[in-house]
Ligand binder design. Structure first.
Ligand code: IVH
Length: 688
């Protein structure tokens, strides 16, 4: 049989039915192989255009020969007609649930019960607990014939047409001699990245946003019209078996998973086999630490006694097996109440609304505040004082309000309007507060007259990547500014001495001396750090480095015009304008002169230096988690090679280096056709 799906396709008008059938089968095989590569192995083997070509050829042939269409053909994934309601399906083998352990003693009790019943240390198969919804897939003689939700465990809903649209679910098993019956149990969910893109698309279309990937997956799977489900980026991992006939004997859960993987079903790579309670604990800690960087949400891990014989021995209690347990992570989302909405003024004057919350334990800490970002975000979620909201805190991220539980909204609440609430004035300095066209943020126009901006400007100036003044933290800056001891950046070098500092509350002589030493040490710096420390709007660390490299001397930078500035890579008209404006302000020039007079210094260079090295003149954006390097390490290597690391992707970006969990930057790169590299690709470039 010819394996080239394109062989003789349109050359022989009088192809026999048997030949056409052969071509159709070969095309399907090729498409399935690519689906598997792309959706299960995450390693695409064909360019999209080639894949589309194969797909169109198959569609053409099938439309000319409708009798050859089979339900497992790749063209039939979106074939089902909308339904009024789902039929119910009785599961051949019940779909049970898992008991949960939250605390270590519950885990100990689980392991002890198993050891008492079986004797000796237990071998466990361990895997992530996926945060989606459980489904069952029925394959008869290798062909997907039915898919259903778990329902109450005994009867579920027939969602076959919807499940067929999920490309990682094979409509036909990838083996020559498939078993007569195979029920596959597993979880339908969404990758975090796909979820974010879905919400962006929903927003662009003015449609409802989903609170989290789990809700998005559940809502998408339960669509009555499969053509809607087909547009949703659902995926699937298998984690167990239901009824089977003609399946080879499988002695353990892990070998059952290997078997499913050999049938080209998607099985999660993060699974392992461990021994005893120590093995369980280690797995829990290791998955917990990786939770935020995994590409999908997990709400815990699942432990299963590995031996199927031992599983049978242990059996079930009520609706859960005695041989398995879910060990849950602390929830990353919780419900609480918005007590009030207050605002904070940032360094650049942005006025950010913050929800004050009834304290709630989430993501391992007690949360009392959550950012609401800006007016657009408040409008989008319609967050009001008095609302019950869902708050999310993942990893080190600032807690945020994800959504409102509208059913619990008390009567008489009002939509929140930031500008009106602050009476169009900065709550700190009383200056006019405005919202510029095209900007999401409301800003205080007070500049450094505003104490809040002044404090933030000093904190930024002192921060590690700027002047790096150890000990000049938030509390001290509050005291210094509130007591009017420090009015501008220069004052920290000219007004602070043992005498003035010891006048402050809670300032011991030792810490005062330490601060003075730190101030002294910080004076020797680099032009790049100094420029960054000034806090010029739109000038981040990378731009400051570019400016320093290009101009070499502060005077040259200060005297530059918008046109000169745009010679610097990645400096566009907006950034250039902010720089010119900053230096045009006499107050800023005075502060700089005083800083220099106080001894702040750096080595000057000739300027207009062109970097040498394999990445000279190249702009690189880092996104996601790289397998072996931290972002800091990657940045250093790139800069050593003469490249520049930028925070956002534009047409001027040369490379995007993407790790796992790469988000919108990767999408943007693909949109703009920017070259995307992985860590290995970056290392290869650096080695050039
Ligand atoms: S095994 C008899 N393994 O957790 C054991 N379940 O309450 C059946 N889940 O509804 C479940 N990840 O949706 C199993 N690796 C995993 C899982 C998992 C997520 C869900 C599943 C089920 C619930 C159990």
């Amino acid at each position: 049989m010819s394996h080239d799906p394109q062989a003789g396709l349109f050359t022989d008008g009088a192809a026999s039915e048997a030949q056409v059938q052969q071509q159709v089968e070969a095309l399907r095989e090729e498409i399935r192989r690519n689906d598997y590569q792309y959706y299960v192995l995450d390693a695409p083997s064909l360019p999209d255009s080639e894949y589309d070509k194969l797909f169109r050829q198959l569609q053409l042939l099938e439309s000319d020969h409708p009798d050859l269409i089979t339900p497992d053909s790749p063209t039939q994934r979106v074939g089902g007609a909308p339904v009024k309601a789902f039929d119910s399906v009785t599961h051949r083998v019940a779909m049970l649930s898992l008991n949960n352990a939250f605390e270590d003693d519950e885990l100990l009790a689980f392991d002890k019960r198993a050891r008492d019943a079986l004797g000796g240390e237990i071998e466990y198969a361990v895997e992530p607990k996926f945060d989606g919804l459980a489904i069952t897939l029925t394959y008869e003689h290798g062909v997907l014939t039915q898919g259903a939700t778990r329902g109450d465990g005994y009867t579920g809903e027939n969602v076959t047409s919807n499940l067929r649209t999920i490309r990682s679910i094979p409509t036909r098993l990838g083996i020559e001699d498939p078993p007569a019956l195979l029920e596959v149990r597993g979880e339908v969910f969404m990758f975090k990245r796909d979820f974010e893109k879905l919400n962006r698309d929903q927003q662009a279309k003015g449609e409802k946003l989903f609170a989290n990937p789990r809700n998005a997956a559940a809502g998408s799977l339960r669509q009555l019209d499969p053509s809607i489900t087909a547009t949703r980026p659902l995926t699937f991992f298998a984690y167990g078996l239901g009824a089977t006939e003609g399946v080879p004997a499988l002695a353990s859960h892990s070998s059952a998973m290997d078997y499913l993987a050999s049938l080209k079903l998607p099985v999660c790579k993060e699974r392992a086999v461990v021994r005893g309670i120590e093995g369980l604990r280690n797995y829990y800690v290791s998955m917990g630490s990786r939770r935020d960087t995994l590409p999908f949400d997990i709400d815990g891990v699942v432990y299963k006694v590995n031996s199927i014989g031992q599983q049978l021995e242990l059996g079930f209690v009520s609706r859960a097996p005695r041989w398995a347990i879910a060990h849950k992570f602390p929830a990353q989302e919780a419900l609480t109440e918005v007590v009030s909405i207050e605002v904070q003024v940032g360094r650049t004057g942005a006025i950010t609304p913050v929800a004050r919350l009834k304290p709630v334990f989430v993501g391992g800490v007690t949360v009392t505040n959550a950012t609401l970002h800006n007016q657009d975000e408040i409008d989008r979620k319609d967050v009001r004082v008095g609302d019950t909201v869902s708050v999310r805190r993942a990893g080190d991220v600032i807690p945020e309000v994800v959504g409102v539980v509208l059913e619990r909204r008390p009567e008489g609440t009002q939509p929140y309007k930031l500008l009106e609430c602050i009476h169009h004035a900065c709550p700190v300095c009383g200056s006019h507060a405005i919202r510029l066209d095209g900007e999401a943020a409301v800003r205080c126009t007070g500049g450094l007259f505003c104490q809040a901006q002044r404090k933030q400007a000093i904190l930024h100036f002192a921060s590690r990547r700027a002047m790096d003044i150890e000990g000049l933290g938030e509390k001290l800056v509050d005291q210094l500014v509130d007591s009017s001891l420090v009015q501008n950046l220069a004052d920290i070098y000219t007004k602070l001495n043992l005498e003035t500092l010891s006048g402050l509350e809670r300032m011991a002589e030792k810490s005062a001396q330490n601060l003075l030493d730190a101030l002294q040490a910080s004076k020797k710096t680099t032009l790049a750090r100094f420029v960054y420390a000034l806090g010029i709007r739109n000038v981040g660390e990378a731009t400051a480095k570019d400016l320093a490299r290009h101009f070499g001397k502060l005077e040259a930078l200060q005297a530059s015009h918008v046109e000169d500035l745009q010679q610097v890579s990645d400096v566009g008209p907006v950034v250039a304008e902010s720089i010119v404006e900053f230096f045009a302000e006499s107050h800023n020039r005075e502060v700089i002169a005083t800083l220099v007079a106080a001894g702040v210094s750096w080595e000057e260079t000739a300027g207009k230096q062109t970097a040498t090295g394999s990445l000279a003149g190249k702009t690189v954006v880092l996104t996601g988690t790289l397998p072996t390097m931290s972002r800091e390490q990657a940045r250093e290597l790139i800069e050593q090679a003469g490249g520049k690391v930028s925070g956002s992707v534009s047409k001027k970006t040369h490379y995007v280096v993407a790790g796992t969990e790469a988000g919108s930057k990767l999408d943007k790169a693909q949109e703009l056709g920017v070259t995307v590299l992985d860590e290995a690709g970056l290392l290869a470039l650096l080695a050039e």
